[in-house]
Write a protein that binds this ligand. Sequence first.
Ligand code: AQP
Length: 364
Amino acid sequence: MRPTLTAGPTVDKTGGISASSTDPARSAGERPPTGRARVLSGITPSGPLTLGNYLGALRRFVSEQDRADCFFFIADLHALTTPQDPRRLRELALQTAALYVASGLDPQRSTVFLQSQVPAHVELAYLLESTAYVGELGRMIQFKQKGGQPGTRASLFTYPCLMAADILLYQASSVPVGGDQDQHVELARDLAVRFNREYGVTFVVPTLARAALAARVADLADPAAKMSKSAPDSAPGVIRMLDPEPVIARKIARAVTDSDGEVRYDPAAKPGVSNLLDIVAFITDESPDVVTAGVSTYRELKAECTGRVVDVLAPIQRRYAELQADPAALLDVLAFGAERARTEAAPVLARAKAAMGLPPLARA
Ligand code: AQP
């Protein structure tokens, strides 16, 4: 279930900096040698976070804090690749930040920030757009699936460069993301290697954290589809992290199963039942077979699943409510995180600009 982590970057044979040595400072020339891997990831506030976002992403983020130097951001700029109501976007960005903290991200140990509050992301994205090829951006699966129309936003085409900037600015050695993001991390690797080759060694080349092992939660009403936060608010098969207990119970009670009545783990033949077993297994850290052995009817399985989900979300919801009572404190947390992120990103951006021939602002 864990992403592959490595200790730090070193110059490799391709002229890039890869994440395999124990002394990051020696090759990157910037980072102090902490001896810890650097991990970065983010969630786009394109809807209220789901149980899938928690089990597939947030819970992993929390577990990284003890062994890595972590940067976790709210990817509000990425949300602009599709139309958003500005007021709702602002609310969702702050709600997502509060859920990060409520889930256990500690702003003292991890750098938690809003992407839009660190301008270096946009600046480096443009530099990377100036090294990326139209052909490789056009091959991105998400663009092919969601874009390609005359009215598609240009940012949906270029945002893999923004994602590469997110990663490269912090010299992250590992990027724990879901499987659908693998291609974008591969692109970040390619752009880093190309930049290092053409302009001199500048970036750490990140490793792909093994997403195949990550939890994937399916939509309860359509188990062939991923549970997705941008689904309509009324989507019956999407459990939101802030859903009250009766809503969670109702959604699980109505989850699609099948008519043979046998509790058995078989994702191909029984996707609905297997998804419920998976959810319990992800929460309890057991195998689906162990979960199967503990229940004999669909009713029991749904009751078990409801209990587990409520138990895991209730403390997060309580902490979220406390944070809501003091909105200024959350803004302080984000200001602190953005300041740390800006400080971290500035020298990397400056090095990239200088490497490309852009003069510095003032005499060094
Ligand atoms: N259903 C899921 N099961 C497990 N993990 C999931 N993630 C998302 N849905 C599930 C993980 O949450 C993070 C969110 O990344 P993102 O905000 O870039 O968006 P996404 O991957 O496209 O996720 P969504 O929730 O489905 O958003 P929309 O609806 O906007 O497309 C990632 O680490 C992802 O793996």
